[in-house]
Ligand binder design. Structure first.
Ligand SMILES: Nc1nc2c(c(=O)[nH]1)N[C@H]1C(S)=C(S)[C@@H](COP(=O)(O)O)O[C@H]1N2
Ligand SMILES: [Mo]
Length: 424
């Protein structure tokens, strides 16, 4: 048996591979695991097996293996005029599980990354409160704190895809999302410390960066699950993500998650800031714009295979993998179609299922090597599900950018290469 791949061995099933036993170990049973007995990588001692490696402290702050150097955030140069007010994208096609590593969380800045010494950082609460307050970072860390896993999605995620397929890779089409465990103080506790006046109905967080980002948030949300967060995935926020302090607004559009948080004003009505009037509103067919569309509706995407993650192993057993999330709560079900939405199979959800967090799904298939039009469709615990792109356009017209949660199609060709297409 000298064949390197199962595809060259007609009729060699997963079971017969296992029985044959020549590919003993972790990879047995996967296509392509039938390595020739004479493979020098198994018969000969390699350098890394012969010589001592680096000692401890060679990397005081660990970084990924040099062989993972291609796993990086990427931007699209023509999208914006400058990098200070721009975006880069999470490499979703390279990730697994539900947590986004800190160094790979997409960035969206309107005035560049503020460089703030935490000793000089302050958070002010003012407006309709009994006593306006100013907190240092040290003060904030004396409040009871919570750990919560949430996704953050920019409302503009997939915005370029509204009228048709455009960018070739889920990093670009869906990469304005990340999912992180935050450590922070419930905003409720901070507002209660200042004391809310009876007419306090809205809050307005403000950033300390050059864009001084501001948004209006209704009090019910502020008192519900918002966090004033200082850690992500256990360590201090990264400068890109708002170090030393950011607002976490679970399930709601990323724009409201003010970074470098310096002030929260309490008021009796919304402020109608730039980011909730000229931006982050949805222009409908009749010329009117939807406003205050805060919740990020259920959405999913197949991350592998995808244009940046083609199939390289030929036909046979393979894993279709993707992520799903909903601003309404948990994901209840994800369906996957291999034929452009005609037939659907229910995918396997794996890993923690947390409210307003990313969910991981898999569909394990035996690929016959023919073309596929693969799609995923998420449903949340409240019964909301993803529309086709045609359904989305029928409801909201052609002019929108934000809140595109339409079903994504990847065209998988017989050679394993994958393209962004639209069939709906
Ligand atoms: N102060 C401040 N906060 C901000 C922004 C900003 O430019 N300045 N961008 C917002 C937008 S539009 C998004 S989508 C998220 C992005 O968060 P991230 O960079 O951690 O991915 O931050 C939001 N908070
Ligand atoms: Mo955003």
């Amino acid at each position: 048996m000298t064949d390197k791949t199962n595809s060259k061995t007609p009729g060699l099933s997963r079971r017969s591979l296992l029985k044959a036993g020549f590919a003993a170990g972790a990879v047995a049973g996967t296509a392509g695991a039938a390595r020739a007995a004479g493979d020098p990588l198994i018969t000969e001692i390699q350098d890394w097996n012969r010589y001592l490696g680096d000692g401890v402290q060679a990397r005081p702050y660990g970084t990924p293996s040099e062989y993972e150097a291609h796993v990086v955030r990427r931007d699209v140069e023509w999208l914006t005029a400058s990098t200070e007010s721009s975006v880069n994208f999470t490499p979703l096609h390279e990730l697994d599980g539900i947590i986004t590593p800190n160094g790979l969380c997409f960035e969206r800045h309107h005035g560049g990354i503020a460089d703030i010494n935490p000793a000089d950082h302050r958070l002010m609460i003012n407006g309709l409160v009994d006593s306006p307050l100013v907190f240092t970072m040290e003060d904030l860390k004396r409040f009871p704190r919570e750990n919560r896993v949430y996704f953050l999605e920019c409302a503009a995620n997939s915005g370029m895809e509204w009228r048709g397929s455009q960018l070739n890779g889920c990093q670009y089409t869906h990469g304005m999302v990340h999912c992180v465990m935050y450590t922070g103080v419930p905003l409720k506790l901070i507002l209660e410390e200042a004391g809310l006046k009876t007419n306090a109905k809205w809050v307005m967080p403000e950033g300390a960066d050059a864009s001084a980002m501001t948004r209006s948030i209704p009090m019910e949300k502020a008192l519900d699950d918002c966090l004033v967060a200082f850690k992500m995935n256990g360590e201090a926020l990264r400068p890109e993500q708002g170090y030393p302090l950011r607002l976490v607004v679970p399930g709601w559009e990323g724009n409201m998650w003010v970074k470098w948080l310096r002030r929260i004003e309490v008021g009796d009505e919304p402020w109608h800031q730039r980011e909730e009037t000229s931006k982050y509103t949805d222009l409908l067919e009749n010329g009117k714009a939807r406003r205050f569309t805060w919740v990020m509706d259920p959405k999913s995407v197949i991350t592998s295979p995808s244009p940046q993650a083609p199939i390289t192993h030929g036909k046979g057993p393979m894993v279709i993998s993707g992520v799903a999330w909903s601003g309404n709560g948990r994901i209840k079900r994800v369906d996957v179609s291999l034929d452009g939405g005609r037939n659907w199979k229910t995918a396997r959800l794996d890993g923690p299922s947390l409210s307003k967090a990313m969910h991981r799904f898999y569909l394990d298939i035996d690929w016959d090597g023919s073309d596929m039009l693969i799609q995923s469709r998420a449903m949340d615990e409240h019964g909301f599900f993803q529309p086709t792109k045609n359904e989305l356009r029928a409801a909201r017209g052609e002019n929108s950018i934000y809140h595109n949660n339409g079903i994504q199609t990847w065209y998988v060709k017989a050679d394993g290469m994958v393209e962004n297409v639209e069939v709906s």
